[in-house]
Design a protein around this ligand. Structure first.
Ligand code: PEP
Ligand code: MG
Length: 589
């Protein structure tokens, strides 16, 4: 077979998480997903056949182990049932047929294997002979084992592909957490929205990512050299040596610029040009990020997503484990405050093992505070760990997905019960710990003046507020165009919440991705927002932008924006303002 020269391919997607990653790619589609046909390039064919042979060998080792364990448990005579499967795995004729198919059709091993299995099973099940029909069942079971090895379980697959770039249709936030653990330098996927939780995790872990890449598998089949440019939203397959060296230099430059900007963070003031104090805090999802912040300067934490700790280990952490983490964060950021959001689990942030039942509409289902109030032990364990870590008096508790005053009442009663237990045990904690809520459900924004009477602070979660107000799934690429934080309906709810907090004299921050959106910043300042919370890499940019604006002009701008009737008009007005105010080039969007 003649080796065809490989051509550099550039595929455009959405730049979801900034940064550059260079490496070999691998197809991360896992068990339970349909097995897709992939074209394997001529030079990779023999590697594909070896992959099949390895998967069969691993299946044999697994089966021998299972037979031994079963032998001990159910007796060696019964354990002989596994012999049939072993014989099938050792069938060299079957292996040769699949290998021939891989070579002839230039397809991936799992596809060829599954096709061959289906053909064999079909002819066996049609047989009159009972023995042959039963053999079909053994073949199915054996095939499942081989395919699982080829396709891999989530963590196994990521662990086996250390250093490679992951391709899939979509990733869950839990998978992205594992990417960090198994040193996967970047990923690309065909689906996903820019504020999906998987993307947020990627940003906070600084894993470069490009999403919504149409034709990813066809144009850039797995196992080829790729570059992920998370800023430009580019996937480059088979890059030329010039492209690789350009990106290597660029990656170093960008990294050192970022570190320098973060180190100099404290040099940027905390006020607008006309002296209005605006605080910019950090959104943190993982404790490791706190180290980076230490050298970066003093900032508070506006949102700490505690649920990602659960997602990284797929089980609920103990009180001690949580206490260690919360205490570490409180110490690191002292004297600045740290807002710990109670587990916001459910929807895409929930492991399948802990879901009570499959939900048809999980984003509207058993999540956030609803899950917390029903899971008394989980709630109490977390609150106790937080209270014990609150000795430094710089921790605040935040409740996710609140939609009514009753939920706040119930949560506060549960917090008081935890306090009582600790007091009984003689444990010291901050008895005046502040309790606030995320305003991210439209009903909460609409009754924010009522809710303000029950809490110490608000934090606007615009990622969900936009999703629920517009009825647009934040993770669905197909309708990503409809996901508009600057929609007049969303802006009205933001304004209502800021006004309600001012009337009740409680602070309000904004911790959704909107807080880092350059177009939104002057508008939010004009609406009266005084606390922004953004991902650490955005801190210098957002602080710099704020320090160049004047509150007075932002207020005038906000008045005009709030009179606009469409998102397009809002955006046009904001762009025009930037162009007139700073010159077009200055808008860092
Ligand atoms: C939000 O909804 O805006 C938010 C900050 O929470 P999360 O993104 O974790 O849902
Ligand atoms: Mg949210």
């Amino acid at each position: 077979m003649k080796n065809e020269p490989v051509k550099e391919i550039r595929i455009k997607g959405i730049g979801a998480s900034s940064g550059i990653a260079i490496g070999m790619s691998f197809d991360h589609e896992v068990e339970g997903q349909p097995i897709v046909r992939r074209t394997v390039s001529a030079p990779r064919i023999e590697a594909e056949v070896r992959r099949l042979s390895q998967a069969i060998s691993v299946a044999k080792v697994e089966l021998v182990k299972i037979r031994e364990d079963a032998g001990r448990a159910i007796g060696h005579r019964l354990a002989k049932i596994f012999e049939a499967e072993l014989l099938i795995l050792e069938d060299s004729e079957f292996f040769k047929q699949v290998a021939a198919e891989i070579r002839k059709s230039q397809v991936n091993a799992e596809f060829a294997y599954q096709r061959q299995v289906s053909r064999t099973v079909k002819s066996l099940t049609a047989s009159e002979d009972r023995y042959l029909r039963e053999m079909a069942d053994d073949i199915r079971a054996t095939a499942g084992r081989v395919l699982a090895n080829l396709v891999g379980s989530v963590s196994q697959k990521l662990r086996n592909n250390r250093g490679k770039i992951a391709f899939a249709n979509s990733f869950s936030p839990g998978e992205v957490v594992l990417m960090d653990k198994y040193r996967i330098p970047g990923f690309a996927c065909t689906h996903g929205g820019p504020t999906s939780h998987a993307v947020l995790v990627a940003r906070s872990l600084s894993i470069p990512a490009v999403i919504g890449v149409t034709g990813l598998f066809q144009k850039c089949p797995g196992d080829c050299k790729v570059i992920i440019d998370g800023d430009a939203g580019l996937v480059i397959g088979n890059p030329s040596s010039e492209t690789v060296s350009y990106y290597r230099t660029e990656a170093k430059k960008r990294q050192s610029l970022k570190s320098k900007q973060l180190r100099n963070l404290t040099r940027i003031g905390n006020t607008t040009r006309d002296g209005r104090r605006i605080e910019v805090c950090a959104n943190i999802d993982f404790p490791s990020e706190t180290d980076k912040m230490l050298s970066a300067g003093q900032v508070g934490v506006g949102l700490y997503r505690t649920e990602f700790f659960y997602l990284s280990q797929n089980q609920f952490p103990t009180e001690e484990q949580q206490y260690d983490i919360y205490r570490g964060i409180a110490e690191t950021f002292f004297p600045r405050s740290v807002t710990l959001r109670l587990f916001d689990l459910g929807s895409d942030k929930m492991s399948k093992n802990h879901q009570a039942q499959e939900e048809i509409n999980p984003a509207l289902g058993w999540r956030g505070i609803r899950f917390g109030l029903d899971s008394v032990d989980v709630f109490k364990t977390q609150v106790k760990a937080i209270l014990r870590a609150s000795e430094w008096k710089n921790i605040k508790i935040m409740l996710p997905m609140v939609s009514s005053a009753q939920e706040i009442g119930r949560a506060k009663r549960m917090i008081r019960a935890a306090m009582k237990e600790l007091k009984h045990q003689g444990v010291k904690f901050d008895e005046k710990i502040e309790v606030g809520i995320m305003v991210e459900v439209p009903s909460a924004a609409l009754i924010s003046s009522t809710l303000a009477r029950h809490v110490d602070f608000f934090s606007l979660g615009t990622n969900d507020l936009a999703q629920y107000t517009l009825a647009v799934d934040r993770g669905n690429k197909k309708i990503a165009k409809l996901y508009r934080e600057l929609h007049p309906g969303v802006l009205k709810l933001i304004k209502m919440t800021i006004d309600a907090s001012a009337a009740a004299s409680i602070p309000v921050s904004l911790c959704g991705e909107m807080a880092g959106n350059a177009l939104a910043i002057p508008l939010l300042i004009g609406l009266g927002l005084k606390i922004f919370s953004v991902i650490p890499p955005s801190l210098p940019r957002v602080k710099r932008m704020i320090s160049r604006m004047e509150y007075i002009e932002c207020r005038e701008l906000a008045d005009r924006v709030m009179m606009q009737t469409t998102t397009e008009k809002v955006e046009a007005l904001l762009r025009k303002w930037y162009a007139e105010r700073f010159g077009e080039k200055d808008v860092e969007l």
